[in-house]
Design a protein around this ligand. Structure first.
Ligand SMILES: [Zn+2]
Length: 390
């Protein structure tokens, strides 16, 4: 019985015999078989030394932009911002200085410039009355269609803002139509379909004309016009804008300015200056450099043509000076002329005064003595209640 109860030490030794412990960890390199001696020392393989890692090639993108977008079977989503950023950073310019500085490019530029010069000179024309030479690519029909569209837009805008156009029977409308009817025969555009719209807005002293003959007069200007000669100054000026086709000239100038601007942007893009040129030579710069001077020139030209027209229609040209003085006072503080689409009042009056002798001469040559005397007779009859037998 005592032999069966083995002590704990014996049990442990027995287990040790049956399951020997694993050998202590040793380095395999030390116990590896030596290389055959027949090989030279320098040709022996050296499997035990790890090969040095090759340096990684630098990635063109920062780490946070690295994506596997080069995978051919899965196109990247174009709306992914990091994808767009990666494309932008690796993008190359469309035009380079080397591409531009080449004979084919010189040929293209020379042909384009020659074409532009021919196009410019082929579309030069002379402005009636003033005799100024100008560039205009639009014919009368296309300008008239543009005026029709603008007319519909304006009428919709007036209606949407609750602004009323005075009816035909309103005395203010009849007054404007009367002066208009006397001026039109001297405009050289009597066959045009002239229409007058008097806008019921006493707080606005303005008037403008659309191509095709639609004249808009805001009722606020009627008080400043004071008399028919003052009103003839306004209407003669507006008719003159159409006679000189200033609308088409402005549209033509916009085309020229756009060509210059985008040519500069394309050339500037070669040097990475496209956005800067767009910013500096943007619409505001083009307005101040080209648009405003052209507009002031047209306004001055309309003053001159309108003055001659009202003189031929036997209105008093000296009233134009008085009218523009009243307009200047009503306008108050003016912006500097170079920032304005219109000439400064002082300069405007000065020029009209220079033209007055010529206008008076025209008035004296015009065959309007009968009309004037009849108009005077008519006014006298209205005042005194007499009946005139024609
Ligand atoms: Zn004007």
């Amino acid at each position: 019985m005592r032999k069966l109860l083995r002590p704990r030490a014996f049990v442990a030794a027995d287990l040790a015999v049956l399951h020997p412990p694993p050998p202590p960890p040793t380095c395999r390199v030390r116990h590896a078989a030596p290389p055959p001696c027949s090989q030279p020392r320098h040709a022996r393989p050296r499997p035990n030394r790890p090969t040095p890692p090759t340096p990684p090639t630098p990635h063109p993108l920062p780490h946070h932009h690295r994506r596997a977008y080069h995978h051919r079977h899965q196109p990247p989503p174009p709306h992914d911002p990091s994808y767009r950023a990666s494309r932008l950073e690796t993008a190359r310019p469309l035009l380079t200085w080397r591409a531009i500085n080449s004979p084919p490019t010189y040929t293209v530029i020379a042909v384009a410039v020659a074409g532009a010069v021919i196009f410019y000179f082929a579309n030069l024309e002379t402005v009636p009355v003033s005799g100024r030479t100008r560039f205009n690519v639009y014919n009368a029909e296309s300008v008239r269609k543009a005026g029709e569209m603008e007319y519909r837009r304006l009428m919709w805008e007036l209606d949407a803002n609750g602004v009323r156009v005075l009816p035909e029977w309103d005395p203010r409308t009849r007054r404007v139509k009367r002066v208009m009817a006397r001026l039109v025969p001297f405009s050289g555009m009597a066959e045009d379909d002239w229409e007058v719209f008097v806008v019921d807005d006493g707080g606005t002293a303005n008037a403008f004309v659309l191509p095709g003959g639609k004249v808009f007069v805001f009722s606020g200007i009627l008080g400043l016009a004071r008399n028919d000669s003052g009103l003839a100054t306004v209407l003669g000026h507006e008719i003159a804008h159409n006679l000189a086709d200033h609308f088409g000239e402005r549209l033509s100038q916009d085309i020229g300015a756009s060509i210059v601007l985008y040519s500069l942007v394309i050339l500037g893009g070669v040097f990475g200056l496209g956005p800067l040129i767009m910013h500096v030579f943007g619409s505001r710069f083009l307005d101040v450099a080209f648009g405003f001077p052209m507009s002031r020139l047209q306004e001055s030209e309309a003053d001159y043509i309108g003055l001659m027209m009202m003189a031929e229609a036997c209105y008093d040209p000296s009233e134009a000076v008085n009218f523009w003085e009243r307009m200047g006072k009503a306008a108050g503080q003016e912006v500097p002329e170079w920032m304005s689409t219109h000439p400064a009042s002082g300069n405007r009056i000065k020029k009209i005064q220079e033209w007055l002798p010529e206008a008076m001469e025209k008035r004296s040559q015009s065959d309007c003595s009968t009309t004037t005397s009849f108009a005077d007779l008519f006014k006298h009859a209205l005042r005194t209640g007499q009946i005139i037998m024609v």
